[in-house]
Design a protein around this ligand. Structure first.
Ligand code: AOF
Ligand code: ZN
Length: 345
């Protein structure tokens, strides 16, 4: 990839991210059109069933009066070549007379995979599959959904310096600061479902909704799931009463749950705790990504360890207990906290 290509693909990826949370089980896709080295139009797949990113970008170019013949398109995912809810994007690209298409990564969906690229090449379009690493990781949930037949699981945890996730049972209080909490809202707005264990649901009585500004412009909100295990879940909880988003009670093992959710079109699941639930997903080897909000606070004795132990539990110990080896793949500061991202080795 040269510098221009990297830059245009980054712009396409920014477009794609705008659709996250609204397109499932379709992928979020972004596209930009480039002429004489400059981005002249952009578009993204806005919602499930709507026009694809390529078509949105071509329409944007028309609106702006940008000539298309001979132009280049950078698109995050391989253009489709099938009649689905909309005609094939390959056809729109050929009709517009684009000369070159940069593809971020191939579409793992069997209905497309490789065909889109072949069709364009046969018609004389110069196609480069960049296999951009950022694009590749962007589509990790979508790939897991198609290749493993289950939803992708992000585990989110907030821990104190001494590895505690909460004060004494039944006394909810914040471990992380407002900046981290805002980031959690953003993360929620990009997934299809949010899950907590029964105990967390009953003790914290969380809303698990997406609040502004991340709710604005969203066409749907993530479903809320309580993993009940044995035992009944109290029905007077907020999530069952507020009507803001679907609320489901499920009692499957993590292994069965991720498959059942995929059948319901859930591509990306966010597991928000508590300790037992986190541990059951880790033990089952079903966590694809850990987002650990580490706070500088010390909770001390009486707090609950991140994974259920009462003793001091250093923040990273869960990662060694999970059956997988984890490596740090990202870090970012949010106020006084730091968000650490871990991926399986
Ligand atoms: C693209 N560009 O922006 C998207 C694509 O049911 P349909 O007709 O919307 O097609 C869905 C499939 O098309 C989806 O599973 C994926 O393979 C591809 N999505 N393709 O060229 C897009 N969202
Ligand atoms: Zn398409």
């Amino acid at each position: 990839m040269n510098r221009g290509e990297t830059k245009w693909m980054a712009a396409a990826l920014r477009e794609a991210a705008k659709g996250l949370g609204d397109t499932s089980p379709n992928p979020a896709v972004g596209a930009v059109i480039v002429r004489k080295g400059r981005v002249v139009a952009r578009g993204h797949h806005r919602r499930f069933g709507g026009p694809h990113a390529e078509v949105e970008a071509l329409r944007d170019a028309e609106r702006r009066g940008a000539p298309l013949r001979g132009a280049t398109m950078a698109v995050t995912l391989e253009p489709c070549d099938h009649f689905g809810k909309t005609p094939p994007c390959t056809r729109a690209i050929l009709q517009a007379g684009l000369r070159r298409v940069l593809v971020g990564t191939l579409d793992p969906h069997a209905i497309v995979s490789g065909r889109g690229v072949r069709r364009l090449r046969r018609a004389g379009v110069r196609v480069q599959v960049l296999d951009d690493p950022r694009v590749h990781s962007f589509y990790a949930p979508y790939r897991t959904f198609h290749q493993a037949g289950r939803c992708y699981v992000t585990l989110k945890l907030a821990v104190s310096t001494d590895g505690k996730i909460t004060h004494r049972r039944g006394r909810p209080s914040w471990i992380t600061g407002p900046e981290s909490r805002a980031e959690v809202q953003r993360i929620r707005s990009r997934v299809d479902a949010i899950l907590v264990g029964r105990r967390t649901a009953e003790i914290d009585n969380p809303r698990l909704t997406i609040r502004s500004p991340f709710a604005t412009g969203r066409r749907r909100t993530a479903a809320r799931i309580v993993l009940s295990g044995r035992g009944q879940v109290r029905r007077d909880l907020r999530i069952f009463r507020d009507g803001h988003a679907p609320a489901w009670v499920m009692s499957d093992s993590p292994d069965r749950l991720v498959r059942r959710l995929a059948q319901r079109g859930i591509v990306h699941l966010l597991v928000e705790g508590g300790a037992q639930t986190a541990r059951s997903f880790l033990k089952a080897g079903l966590v694809d990504e850990i987002l650990l909000f580490a706070s500088p606070k010390v909770i001390g004795h009486g707090g609950l360890g991140a994974f259920g132990e009462r003793h001091i539990d250093p923040p990273l110990s869960p990662l060694v207990k999970g059956g997988k080896n984890w490596r740090l793949t990202g870090e970012k500061k949010f106020g006084k906290d730091i968000l650490l991202r871990f991926s399986p080795m």
